[in-house]
Design a protein. Structure first.
Length: 219
């Protein structure tokens, strides 16, 4: 059984990379068009094709699986979503027929934003649209930079270069990883195992010092 706890819609939406850098007032506007802590018992379907739920969801409590079904009914699990995980950010911008299912594996609380509500808010809030557009521009530049890194540096130096760039961006020598290590590994073109191993090598070489998600650049 799920017991409802104090919940912040703004903090919940901030888990999405799409919204994490927005100023507080814009996050509060987004909260007005979002739905929070909708309850799904274990085994129930959170989303299925053609159900009209076209948007983004955040797992606030519990766990869910995203899967597809072949024409002969064979299930293929695509990803397991846990507390804080996001699914469907892209659905806020494109109208697509999402053929995947999302099923609650535990009693689960889900927060969401519907695409149509989001689009209407963008039309009414030009500063939100401009801020998101600028964020996309920054991410495009970062993507291009990471492509260069992946093509010219080995895994350890790609990681070190990323950490140095993050240090400059955050304005301090001790940085916080803002993505899960498996997502960072994918971004930098390596595996989670290699990512962890290369971090240890960098620490042994005294180029960095790690403490959880905090990493200090030593030289």
């Amino acid at each position: 059984m799920i017991f409802m706890q104090k919940h912040s819609p703004v903090a919940c939406l901030s888990k999405a990379a799409l919204f994490s850098d927005l100023p507080q007032n814009l996050k509060e506007k987004l909260a007005t068009v979002s739905t929070h802590q909708q309850r799904f018992p274990k085994g129930s379907i959170i989303h299925q094709p053609a159900d009209g739920k076209n948007g983004m969801i955040v797992i606030d409590r519990g766990k869910a699986k995203v899967y597809s079904l072949s024409s002969d009914g064979k299930e293929t699990v695509l990803v397991i979503l846990k507390k804080g995980d996001i699914e469907g950010q892209q659905n806020l911008f494109i109208s697509s027929n999402n053929e995947n299912f999302i099923e609650a594996l535990d009693d689960t609380l889900v927060c969401s934003i519907n695409r149509m509500d989001f689009q209407q808010l963008l039309e009414k809030t030009p500063d939100l649209a401009v801020k998101l557009l600028n964020n996309f521009g920054e991410k495009l530049v970062e993507l291009q930079h990471n492509t260069v890194l992946r093509n010219t540096l080995d895994a350890k130096e790609r990681i070190m270069s990323y950490l140095q760039d993050l240090s400059v961006k955050q304005g301090r020598s001790t940085v916080k990883l803002q993505m899960k290590k498996k997502d960072l590994a994918s971004l930098l073109g390596t595996t989670p195992e290699t990512f962890s191993r290369k971090l240890k090598e960098l620490e042994q070489e005294k180029r960095i010092a790690t403490a959880g998600k905090a990493i200090t650049i030593l030289n």
